[in-house]
Write a new protein. Structure first.
Length: 442
């Protein structure tokens, strides 16, 4: 991934140095298990750890060897032999390249996932703080982009919290799914290596032994993992899109923090653009896109082929690095988000009270009107308000006044009954119930 959208700690997981260190640990742990079973000398296993464990692997030297051998694992083993000496002949006993590559890949994915889970916790904390801050900040809810009925900004944040909490649960499940180890040898039969070696390496590396590895770890695990990252990316985009809509000039109920000295446009000095959330929308597309090649990797030939390899060398680092960056960026957006409660009320009031139309509809039916007649009566008054809004950009006709002056409405409802249906608090009376469902009891 390009440095612009990368954070150092996640990048380090995918560095050549990290990869080769994990490769060494897999091989060295296998040597320990082999030594315990008398397959190789215990002194050899000890020497391998002492010399290899303290070594700094020469990336350029490994690359040089690979240019000749055209095989990355052999290149590493050759370089390791240069470091360890004669006892290196006991390394990789009964193993095949996929034992090293697949186990390492899953170790890296587990490490990356732990970092993503920490990112998720930080995001959830930021969302919860803003939800509590704005639990009772009333704003208009929209369906199809059109004013519907009142909600609160806190409810918007609570919705996001619940969604990302589900994302965290999925990520935990994905971590468990991907945390497997294969040390089963050619075509996965353990013909040349004891299954107990796999159990030993798995435990040492914090993994579980893969039940059936067929020389490679089954790629349905990876498909599920990257699909989970894609779902998380989609949730990031959903919240980012909400912020982008709320920042539109015509709405401006919330906006990204605009720092001192920041510039919005090279041409128009007045601009304050939602660049962070637009960026998040783009990054989500990238992460989501990685789920398709991961799914296409599931169907390998017979016991193995390497059509998956080139894909995973790209999507493993890029998906996790990008998502790590995106989660951190979204956390910053939510943490510093500027919220404008007065603007929220002003936007809602511009529609002249139409947000209370359903309450009048229900009151009419409860008073004896058929639903069809009630809908007609409410709509004919509402459309007068809509028409005035379209002309002036703010309703010059008041919905409450029109209803009070409508003789057909007044046959069913008194002035007090009509006015009572314009109580804004009615729409937020169950906010505490929803918050308790999301966050638990205070």
């Amino acid at each position: 991934m390009i440095p612009r959208y990368s954070r150092p700690d996640m990048v380090a997981i995918w560095s050549p140095e990290s990869k080769f260190r994990i490769w060494f640990e897999i091989e060295a742990h296998a040597c320990d298990a082999l030594a315990e079973r008398g397959v190789i000398p215990k002194e050899a296993a000890k020497t391998i750890w002492e010399k290899g464990g303290n070594a700094t692997f020469d990336i350029d030297r490994i690359d040089e060897i690979e240019r000749e051998t055209k095989h990355d694992v052999i290149a590493f083993l050759t370089h390791l032999a240069e470091i360890v000496g004669p006892d290196a002949r006991f390394v990789h006993q009964g193993m095949t390249s996929s034992d090293v590559l697949d186990t390492c890949f899953n170790v890296q994915l587990v490490k990356a996932t732990d970092m993503l889970l920490a990112d998720m916790d930080a995001l959830l904390a930021a969302i919860k703080r803003r939800a509590m801050e704005h639990k009772d900040t009333v704003c208009i809810g929209r369906s199809h982009g059109i004013h519907a009925e009142p909600v609160t900004f806190g409810l918007k944040m609570a919705e996001a919290y619940a969604e990302f909490d589900r994302c965290k649960k999925r990520l935990l499940a994905a971590r468990e799914e991907i945390a497997t180890c294969a040390i089963s040898g050619a075509v996965g039969t353990f013909a040349n290596i004891d299954p107990a070696v796999e159990e030993h390496v798995a435990k040492a590396m914090g993994l579980q032994a893969e039940p059936v590895s067929t020389q490679v770890i089954p790629r349905d695990r990876h498909a599920m993992y990257f699909a989970t990252l894609g779902v998380i990316a989609s949730s990031i985009e959903r919240l980012a899109t909400e912020v982008r809509h709320l920042q539109r000039t015509e709405v401006l109920e919330a906006e990204e923090f605009f720092s001192k000295g920041q510039k919005g446009s090279s041409a128009m000095p007045h601009k304050r653009n939602p660049v962070l959330t637009e960026n998040l929308t783009g990054l989500a597309r990238i992460v989501r896109g990685f789920s398709i090649p991961a799914m296409e990797n599931v169907a390998l030939w017979h016991e193995r082929d390497i059509s998956h390899s080139s894909v995973e060398r790209m999507i493993g680092p890029d998906a996790t690095i990008t998502l790590d960056f995106a989660l951190a960026r979204l956390t910053g957006v939510i943490d510093k988000l500027l919220v404008y409660p007065e603007r929220m009320i002003g936007n809602m009031d511009r529609l002249g009270g139409l947000v209370h139309s359903q309450r009048i509809l229900l009151a009419l039916t409860q008073a004896g009107s058929s639903r069809e007649d009630a809908y007609r009566l409410v709509q004919r008054n509402a459309m007068k308000v809509w028409d005035s809004y379209q002309v002036a950009g703010a309703a010059s006709v008041d919905f409450l006044t029109e209803l009070l002056n409508d003789e057909d409405v007044r046959k069913y409802l008194s002035e007090e009954e009509i006015r009572d249906r314009f109580d804004l608090g009615y729409h937020t009376k169950n906010v505490d119930v929803i918050f308790e469902r999301v966050f638990g009891k205070a």
